[in-house]
Design a protein around this ligand. Structure first.
Ligand SMILES: C[S@@+](CC[C@H](N)C(=O)[O-])C[C@H]1O[C@@H](n2cnc3c(N)ncnc32)[C@H](O)[C@@H]1O
Length: 360
């Protein structure tokens, strides 16, 4: 009998096959948040441990010929990078493959069709790195913040909490930590209504519920287009808007052409993003704040796209001013941190929260 072959996305794999952590190597790759990594090596006690597990729970991370990597159910040798062990066994008679898309731009590429994002490049040429150095966590000493009257003293320009908090749905693609939203709300103490026009799994609404602040949450998944050229109907109704738009096509969200992540070109994305910021500005009360969380993006076709720069440019064009320092949010738990790259690049490990104000 031939096996049924199934392809899963990385998110589906994470949800359906939670992994056990590697107890032998504190620097193991494939780590979630600040937890130990889950990738097992191919020799010594690590491979002995893997081979003693239920074969249906073993997965092999392999280098694909196309430049991407694949997690394939079962124990394999060819092109292996390491092994994963899931807590849940793969059903008998089934082979599962998960493509780990390599999203770093590179010159020597070949054309291929990606299942998730066609702009993430595959590559032929690889530059070897030093894995031990790549995986070692680094503990940096943060600058001391001046004592001041802030009701949230830990809220500084460097936002480094690794625990996301129990808000929203952590498995929702692009889900962000509710702690930053909570800190911002506790700092600004908005009087009235909050809006999250691209709410995803509802993280902001959950925080507001906890803080007992009224909040409206919309999303294209609920049929509300926040980039609608007609704007929103509620003029100057909101004291604070939390906005976490797609980082262009880094993740694709809804199967709806109005979804900002589906913008076919950068020009189109920026045109619709400007409309989004204009819509938000129109419904802010004078003196109200718009906090936008955005990260830069790159892919093979578009190159490096400084979306944080564009955010400021567009916000200023819409008549907003910047209210305070940028908040650099450390990207703990980003799915890209779990990947193993052989190529050489400077990893971006943060995104940026920018707080704008509508002049009174
Ligand atoms: C980065 S995610 C937000 C995730 C959210 N902060 C959370 O914690 O779950 C971006 C969201 O924008 C939504 N979106 C994209 N285009 C939109 C549009 N034109 N109007 C409204 N929502 C849109 C997507 O569906 C997605 O849920």
């Amino acid at each position: 009998m031939t096996d049924t072959h199934i392809e899963l996305s990385e998110d589906e794999f994470d949800q359906q096959y939670p992994l056990i952590e590697n107890p032998f190597d504190p620097h193991a790759s494939w780590a979630f948040d600040d937890r130990p990594g889950c990738l097992f090596g191919t020799f010594g006690q690590e491979i002995r441990f893997v081979s003693q597990q239920d074969p249906r729970t073993i997965w092999t991370l392999v280098d694909g010929d196309d430049g991407d990597q694949y997690v394939v159910s079962g124990f394999h040798f060819v092109n292996r990078v390491g092994y994963l062990v899931s807590k849940v066994p793969v059903p008998d008679g089934m082979t599962i493959e998960v493509r780990i898309i390599n999203n770093q731009p590179q010159e020597n590429t070949m054309q291929r069709t990606a299942t998730v994002n066609p702009f993430y490049a595959a590559r032929f040429t690889r530059i070897s790195s030093t894995p031990a150095e790549t995986y070692k966590p680094i503990f940096a000493r943060l600058p001391r913040a001046p004592v001041n009257g802030s009701p949230v003293p830990h809220l500084t320009s460097l936002y480094h909490f690794h625990r996301a908090g129990e808000y929203g749905d952590r498995s929702y693609p692009g889900n962000c930590s509710g702690n930053l939203i909570k800190d911002l709300l506790q700092f600004f103490r908005p009087d009235g209504l909050i809006l999250d026009p691209m709410s995803g799994s509802g993280t902001c609404a959950h925080v507001c519920q906890e803080l007992k602040i009224p909040c409206m949450a919309w999303d294209i998944h609920r049929g509300i287009d926040a980039c609608d050229p007609e704007g929103f109907s509620d003029a100057e109704a909101f004291d604070f808007i939390w906005a976490h738009p797609p980082y262009w096509r880094m993740k694709l969200y809804a199967d709806d052409p109005r979804d900002l992540s589906r913008a076919p070109t950068l020009e189109d994305f920026l045109r619709r993003y400007r409309q989004f910021i204009r819509n938000c500005t129109a419904v802010l009360k004078p003196g109200g704040k718009l906090a936008i969380l955005m990260g830069d993006y790159q892919d093979r076709q578009a190159g490096y796209v400084p979306l944080t720069y564009h955010t400021k440019r567009l916000a200023f064009e819409c008549g907003l001013t910047q209210h305070c320092t940028d908040i650099v949010r450390f990207s703990h738990g980003a799915s890209s941190s779990r990947k193993v790259y052989r190529s050489s690049f400077i990893p971006g490990l943060h995104d940026l929260c920018m707080v704008f104000e509508k002049p009174a």
